[in-house]
Design a binder for this molecule. Structure first.
Ligand code: ZN
Length: 274
């Protein structure tokens, strides 16, 4: 499933094609996504220019003067540059035709979304899909103090709180395990019991983990932008994720695997304290 780093890598990959450019044509071959693509969407956007592609959580935002297109890659979606004459393959459902290139959405499971938020409805960040999202991990306001303030009345384990996405977005399952390792915090520790100093380390670890994943994705970027079943390369150099039984890279203690909220968690029982 594309996580925040893959979506950010996608944003950076498509921005030279999209930013400040006129969308010549939106081609919808299949509109049955998680929510149907509005029938009149091509009519709303064809021939109009996009200012600059943005990202909020795992949503890509294409701002037009008349509204904002919201794109989500769902479980299996990817966007890539294609040659204008390339015939669509199976599951190639939507094309964005710009003068600088054609972007094609490939999504076998169709859990993604291509939606429209009219400018008349106000700021796109108030859209029902975006309004409840936690702060961006690279927002300067996100720090240990932010985590500490927002967890005082939370009765869940810290890993569950990170995954929830309502305090900070983008810390998916892999990145939660990795960040907690880097911060030396046991994943079962109650979020409300962690003090400000440990939360400082955790906030730094979240930024470092996501930052290195974005760098890894950016460096392997060719014509194919965004993943979709291709996230393996983001895991290169994982400290704990998917390493059950293997020696900790720091202390050589075997890494353990537990299940929290039906998701696998990996941790080092020696390096990570309750
Ligand atoms: Zn260790």
């Amino acid at each position: 499933m594309p996580e925040l780093p893959e979506v950010e890598v996608t944003r950076r990959g498509i921005s030279p094609t999209v930013d400040g450019q006129v969308l010549r044509r939106l081609v919808v071959r299949e509109s049955r996504f998680r929510w149907p693509i509005p029938e009149d969407l091509p009519h709303q956007v064809d021939g109009r220019s996009v200012s600059a592609v943005a990202r909020r959580g795992k949503y890509l935002l294409l701002p037009f003067e008349t509204g904002t297109m919201i794109v989500h890659l769902g479980m299996s979606g990817s966007l890539r540059h294609v040659h204008p004459d390339d015939p669509p393959r199976k599951h190639d459902h939507v094309d964005w035709v710009f003068d600088r290139g054609v972007l094609r959405l490939h999504d076998p499971r169709r859990f993604g979304a291509v939606l429209w938020h009219p400018a008349a409805d106000g700021d796109v960040l108030t859209h029902p899909l975006l309004g409840h999202l936690g702060i961006e991990p690279f927002d300067p306001r996100f720090d240990g103090g932010w985590l500490h303030r927002h967890t005082r009345n939370r009765s869940q384990a810290v890993k569950q709180v990170l995954l929830g996405g309502d305090i900070v977005v983008g810390v998916g399952n892999i990145y939660a395990s990795e960040s907690l390792f880097r911060a030396g915090i046991h994943p079962r520790t109650l979020a409300s019991k962690i003090g400000p100093k440990r939360y400082d380390r955790l906030a730094d670890a979240v930024k470092a983990t996501l930052g290195s994943a974005i760098d890894a994705g950016g460096s392997s970027l060719r014509d194919y932008v965004g993943a979709g079943g291709e996230s393996g390369y983001f895991q290169i150099g994982a400290y704990v994720y998917d390493r059950a039984g293997l020696p900790c890279r720091v202390c050589a203690t075997p890494i353990r695997k537990i299940v929290q909220g039906q998701r696998a968690t990996y941790y080092c029982p020696r390096c990570q304290k309750p």
